[in-house]
Design a protein around this ligand. Structure first.
Ligand SMILES: N[C@@H](CCC(=O)N[C@@H](CS)C(=O)NCC(=O)O)C(=O)O
Length: 240
């Protein structure tokens, strides 16, 4: 019997689960998005509220195997589905870059939740307003790094000719940051048309394009990692 894949993630948001979904979608491998099914929210809540082998979503269940941590799950699936650069050096370098993407994900998330995930944005807005400009000041350095890796590989992907799970993750990161910080992103990405070209190249891959047009794909929203608070993006909006 072939193995089945279950993704355990919150319903209603792309979230960190999206990095995992994109790997399945590009590989054309079926998976069950458990949180979005009947009784799914309760299942996700159970994993979060009870101590167990995995701390929090996204969680991947493959037979008896339970995995957590987005980067770990994506590496596992990427290796299985041939979406890593060749050899031990290849997947280790892919993992390094993926961890840097996860750093940017966390820094982006922390712009609206700088004090605690257990408080509402409105209860930490003063800290968020203080933090966001520091995030925007760091963003160009991250983007310059991704552009450097892409250019050094000779393209058209981060690790050369073939697409990897890290290209998929960068696609989602760039889309998310642009959604959350349209102004800051436009400034930070200036001078890196290669990054926008990579993002566009991923979006039109046949399986990814079909996924993006499907109802499996959730829109960015204000409960997600990437949230649009104009006052964090734009000092003029902050004054109002
Ligand atoms: N470093 C972890 C972070 C996981 C995480 O923060 N998950 C969120 C949803 S995106 C969650 O619900 N965590 C439960 C908790 O922290 O209590 C990863 O990348 O997977």
């Amino acid at each position: 019997m072939s193995e089945t894949y279950e993704l355990i993630y919150w319903p209603g948001i792309p979230g960190r689960g999206e990095f995992v979904r994109l790997v399945f979608e590009e590989a054309g491998v079926p998976y069950e998005d458990v949180g979005r099914g009947k009784g799914g929210l309760k299942i996700v809540q159970r994993y979060v509220s009870e101590a167990g082998p995995v701390f929090g979503p996204p969680i991947l269940k493959v037979g008896e195997l339970l995995l957590s941590q987005t980067t770990n799950i994506c590496l596992f699936l990427g290796r299985r589905f041939g979406l890593v650069p060749p050899g031990e050096h290849g997947w280790a370098q892919a993992n390094g870059l993926m961890l840097t993407i996860a750093d940017v994900v966390n820094e982006t998330h922390d712009t609206h939740h700088p004090t605690s995930v257990t408080l509402y944005y409105e209860d930490q807005k003063a800290e968020a307003l203080r933090r966001a400009p520091h995030y925007l000041a760091r963003l160009p350095r991250f983007l310059a790094h991704f552009a450097f890796v892409l250019e050094q590989s000779g393209g058209p992907h981060l690790f050369g000719a073939n697409v990897t799970y890290v290209d998929l993750a960068l696609f989602h990161l760039l889309s998310g940051v642009e959604y959350a910080f349209p102004r800051g992103f436009a400034k930070a990405v200036e001078g890196h048309p290669s990054l926008l070209a990579l993002r566009d190249r991923v979006a039109v891959r046949p399986r990814i394009a079909a996924y993006l047009a499907s109802e499996r794909r959730l829109d960015f929203n204000q409960h997600d990692l990437f949230r649009r608070y104009p006052e964090l993006d734009d000092p003029a909006a902050r004054a109002t």
